[in-house]
Design a protein around this ligand. Structure first.
Ligand SMILES: O=C(O)CCC(=O)C(=O)O
Ligand SMILES: [Fe+2]
Length: 335
């Protein structure tokens, strides 16, 4: 094993009063100091089942312009399927350590796939209170079942069924994003990969943390994706930066949390905003979340949509292959 798992660090510390220094964030990042305490607006919630399509489109567009994030209810994914997805993921993280290690990201692998733990040098020299499992779920040609747990036995079936429903929700959202920009229904989806668009599932596991005031589960970032569609468990922790304040996302059972990622900000030439977000951790309970990152194929070029450009509205971003965008962002190089 390359990196010590955070789950192992956490279980060794059950009754401790502190956490190792490499998890302690600088003061300006600590949730206890930086979380906004006053009354704050909630992230917008959108009912996707409303028959009035125009008002749904307007609500989605407004949420993407003002927040870069929204929650979706009545999305069509059966709540019982979401419960099975969560139970299967929890089952995996509750397995003995050696069983989980069978899915570890191979040392030196350039792919995101596998059971993993970020090392400190990647994020401001500090470690994040998080282990995760990453694997692709769509299209079928991209899937490597080597990284899909076989315990619990229903893991594959549940995740495939969830992906099927997820793709339907995503198509509805892309349609809303297109119409919200005044474009044809298919404009956004076609510009980010069409049927080649990839769905990458991550399961985040944030063990209980003796000092949640000092650590972060995931440090502040925007997602590289087009959009990210996430379900959390019932332990709150997601925070977004809105008007300079870190505010908590309210937990709505069975809602999907949709993040605007970098590629949609670029495509919309900045009209839709990628949301800056982070995850805090909890003293008593393990937090979990299931983000699905919808990403263009590596070679796909994403840039501001020509239909949105004019002499008054020149491009604010360069067009780039997705793999080059990822490389620059992960290596902190200018875009
Ligand atoms: O756990 C969460 O709610 C957020 C996770 C996240 O932002 C990520 O994995 O990119
Ligand atoms: Fe994220």
């Amino acid at each position: 094993m390359e990196v010590e798992r955070v789950q192992a660090v956490a279980s060794a510390l059950m009754t401790a009063e502190t956490i190792p220094a490499d998890f302690i964030r600088p003061e300006q990042e600590r949730p206890a100091i930086t979380t906004y305490q006053g009354p704050a607006p909630d992230i917008p919630t959108i009912d996707l089942s409303l028959p009035d399509r125009e008002s749904v489109v307007r609500a989605v567009a407004q949420a993407c312009e003002e927040w870069g994030i929204f929650q979706v209810v009545n999305h069509g994914i059966p709540t019982e399927l979401i419960s099975r997805l969560q139970a299967a993921g929890k089952h995996f993280f509750d397995l003995p350590q050696e069983e989980k290690e069978a899915y570890a990201k191979p040392p030196g692998s350039q792919s995101i796939e596998g059971y993993g733990t970020r090392v400190s040098k990647e994020v401001n020299g500090k470690r994040m209170w998080n282990d995760h499992l990453f694997h692709k779920v769509w299209p079928p040609s991209s899937v490597n079942y080597r990284f899909w747990p076989t315990n619990p036995p229903n893991y594959r079936c549940v995740n495939e069924e969830y992906t099927k429903y997820m793709r339907e929700v995503a198509d509805k959202l892309f349609l809303c994003l297109s119409l919200g920009l005044g474009l044809e229904e298919t404009a956004v989806k076609e510009a980010i990969g069409g049927e080649e668009l990839e769905y990458n599932l991550k399961i985040n596991y944030y063990p209980p943390c003796p000092r949640p005031d000092l650590a972060l589960g995931v440090a502040a970032h925007t997602d590289l994706s087009t959009i990210t569609i996430l379900v959390p468990n019932d332990v709150p922790g997601l925070q977004v930066l809105k008007d300079g304040r870190w505010i908590d996302a309210k937990y709505i059972p069975n809602a999907l949390i949709v993040h605007v990622g970098d590629q949609i900000e670029i495509l919309s030439n900045g009209r839709y905003k990628a949301v800056l977000h982070r995850s805090t951790v909890n003293k008593e309970k393990a937090r979990m979340s299931w983000p699905v990152f919808l990403e263009p194929p590596e070679e796909w070029v994403v840039g501001p949509l020509p239909q949105l450009l004019s002499p008054e509205s020149p491009p604010k971003y360069k067009a780039k292959k997705f793999k080059d965008y990822m490389y620059c962002k992960l290596n902190k190089l200018p875009q």
